[in-house]
Design a protein. Structure first.
Length: 164
């Protein structure tokens, strides 16, 4: 085998490996029950939802069940959420949320709450040079307030992709 074909083979193998690793990093994931309700609730605070839906979600998350609920399910969706925390500058926390119609950025306590809730939903942080990053994409949470009010553990489901 010539030197050029060995280099070409090495480059091709490296490209196949890199593409394979990139494709394997995006993984579908789900959260149900309390983790799904928590994730939907903290994202809903920033999401472009109507005030009534935001109020229903907040009351459900607070454990308040005496209120009129809609006869329909509520969907909380985000195209992507990227949260960063520093293990060097321990005061730095931020999250960037991208929705279909707008983008939001949060810092401090709100970012910490979102970062921690994403971890509870099963997303592992990745590290890079003093930063811890959690990211999800294609988030869709479906809440059925009437099922949640029954206090049986159901009514909240989220689907998303990890490792973007």
């Amino acid at each position: 085998m010539s030197k050029h074909s060995m280099i070409g083979t090495s480059i091709l193998a490296a490209l196949v490996l890199a593409v394979g690793q990139h494709a394997a990093t995006a993984a579908p994931a789900t959260a149900t029950g309390p983790a799904a309700l928590a994730l939907a609730a903290v994202v809903a605070e920033q999401a472009p939802l109507g005030r009534f839906d935001k109020r229903v979600i907040a009351r459900l998350f607070d454990g308040k069940r005496i209120f009129i609920t809609p006869n329909t399910k509520i969907t909380v969706a985000a195209m992507s959420i990227v949260c960063r925390a520093s293990n060097v500058d321990i005061t730095m926390r931020s999250c960037d949320l991208t929705f279909r119609t707008n983008k939001r950025s949060v810092q401090g306590r709100e970012a910490n709450e979102l970062y921690a809730t994403i971890a509870v939903a099963g997303v592992m942080a990745e590290g890079a040079a003093g930063s811890l990053i959690e990211s999800i994409s294609n988030l869709t949470c479906t809440l059925d307030p009437n099922v949640i009010k029954q206090k049986g553990g159901g009514g909240a489901d989220c689907m998303f992709e990890t490792g973007q």
